[in-house]
Ligand binder design. Structure first.
Ligand code: SF4
Length: 489
């Protein structure tokens, strides 16, 4: 295990976190979809209002946020110690712990475990970590069918789609679209199905009930893992998780290593922060916890797969590691003006929105998601909303600087921007050169209309493609000063 944390590892061979198109290209495409924008605006406005109401009820909300942040910071400082403690406690209570450096290793471990049970199907609790490693595809390639049981994940799976929100993966779909997907993909659905939400939920319930009763393997993620006892915790709203965690004989949990927390008392802080920040509820309906194996009760084969997949690389960056504090509540997505307009798919990552913009580039290496740290107006709404006070705007700026530095090191020739900046620095370092440049710029007045220049010739045309330029003044400040003071002593 020490070797596991001893050297930062980058993910190997899996493209699920790597965006297919850079954010600006994908966002432009998404902006043309007015139905998507309507769906997103309606959903995020509703969740924002619910969250604001329940947060306002808590007089010590700011102290809770501070406590959450402090626990996460302490955990990251001693992550190796807490992970070893977690491993020892899970194994002491009859569970088995596996370590996966990357997606390939994690998928091999899970596939091997399911095969060892002789199973050809598994029921799944919603887990972004398994989306991150592309587990469903890996299982399918091995002839194992994985059934998503969270309603939104089921919609995404049946629609052959990708999640676009951490909490509500099908947020980009409206109920008419969901009805169409169910009618098309669920072989056992009533053809008279309406788009009434209760009818859609009932159709999903009937469809899934058969899977719950037949599957011998359950697969989950984990919201928290308590090092002092080896207890794993999943919070959810629908009860599907409780079924997956209790009915099958074998339970496999895939968890990012950053989800460990030191002690039970810490869980109390997060169970107050998470539901209010995510679903806007005082408490989520189902909180399931299990500690190893309980003979004769629930799964008798309990496995925990601890996943790195780029997390130790993020941990090695003392500023960037803040992204590992995330408890996946999605509050930052719901307040982000960029997310609300572009939607989750534009981020090309299973982690969309502001947290995706700072987490994904660190997990994959910045070059593979270089456009994401720029996918923000730096308005700061995400920082205000984050229950563990991750300073996302500062992280975005930090990652932009890292990207620029890495790009500079990788390039043999300086970029056009670097040449321009060097030239500007040379001009501004000498008053004579600066005055000459100002006189030269005055010729630009010929291009102006109404005091604005709307189009410059190439290569400066890139600047005016999205903005006007004020026309240079007829006289510089120095010329004006001299003419004003010409006759004074
Ligand atoms: S960064 Fe903060 S607000 Fe965003 S999902 Fe993570 S914990 Fe929630």
């Amino acid at each position: 295990m020490t070797a596991f944390l001893g050297m930062p590892t980058a993910p190997r061979g899996v493209g699920h976190l790597r965006g297919s198109d850079p954010f600006p290209v994908a966002a432009r495409r998404a902006l043309a979809d007015s139905q998507l924008r309507r769906n997103l605006s309606k959903a995020t406005t509703t969740i924002r209002a619910k969250r604001a109401a329940v947060v306002a009820e808590v007089p010590d909300w700011e102290q809770l946020r501070e406590a959450g942040r402090a626990i996460k910071a302490e955990t990251m400082r001693h992550l190796d110690r807490y992970l070893e403690q977690l491993e020892a406690q899970v194994e002491a209570r009859g569970g088995t712990v596996h370590w996966a450096r990357d997606a390939i290793e994690a998928n091999e471990i899970v596939t091997g475990l399911v095969r060892a049970e002789g199973a050809t199907e598994a029921v799944k609790v919603k887990s972004i970590t398994t989306d991150e490693i592309g587990l469903n595809d890996a299982l399918a390639a091995a002839g194992i069918a994985a059934y998503e049981t969270d309603l939104a994940e089921l919609i995404v799976q049946l629609g052959h789609d990708r999640p676009s929100h951490i909490l509500v993966p099908a947020i980009h779909r409206n109920r008419a679209e969901i009805r169409e997907i169910f009618l098309r993909e669920m072989g056992d659905v009533d053809p008279a199905l309406t788009d009434d939400p209760a009818a859609l939920a009932e159709a999903a319930r009937l469809h899934l009930r058969r899977k719950f009763l037949s599957a011998t393997v359950g697969i989950s993620g984990a919201n928290f893992a308590i090092a002092e006892t080896g207890t794993l915790c999943v919070v959810e709203s629908e009860g599907n998780g409780r079924m997956c965690l209790t009915l099958p004989q074998t339970l496999i949990t895939v968890m990012g290593i950053e989800k460990v927390i030191p002690a039970w008392r810490d869980l109390g802080v997060f169970l107050q922060l998470l539901p209010r920040s995510s679903t806007g509820e005082r408490m989520n309906p189902y909180t399931s916890m299990w500690t190893g194996v309980t003979p004769g009760d629930g799964p008798q084969n309990v496995h925990l797969v601890l996943l790195d997949n780029g997390r130790t690389a993020a941990l090695a960056d003392e500023t960037g590691r803040q992204a590992l504090y995330c408890i996946r509540c999605s509050a930052c997505l719901n307040v982000c003006p960029v997310y609300e307009r572009a939607g989750g798919h534009a981020y090309g990552s299973v982690y969309p929105g502001p947290i995706g913009a700072v987490l994904s580039p660190q997990l994959t290496g910045i070059e593979d998601n270089a456009s994401l740290p720029y996918a923000s107006s730096l308005c700061g709404a995400c920082y205000d909303a984050c229950p563990v006070k991750i300073d996302i705007p500062s992280l975005l700026v930090h990652l932009r600087a890292r990207h620029v530095d890495e790009a500079r090191r990788a390039r043999r020739l300086p970029s056009a921007e670097a040449v321009t900046m060097a030239a500007a620095s040379w001009v501004m370092a000498d008053p004579g050169r600066y005055a000459a440049a100002q006189r030269a710029a005055r010729s630009g007045r010929a291009l102006s209309r109404g005091g604005r220049i709307r189009a410059l010739p190439p290569p400066l045309s890139a600047w005016t493609r999205a903005r006007d330029l004020p026309a240079p003044p007829a006289a510089t400040f120095r010329e004006w000063w001299r003419s004003e003071h010409r006759d004074r002593p």
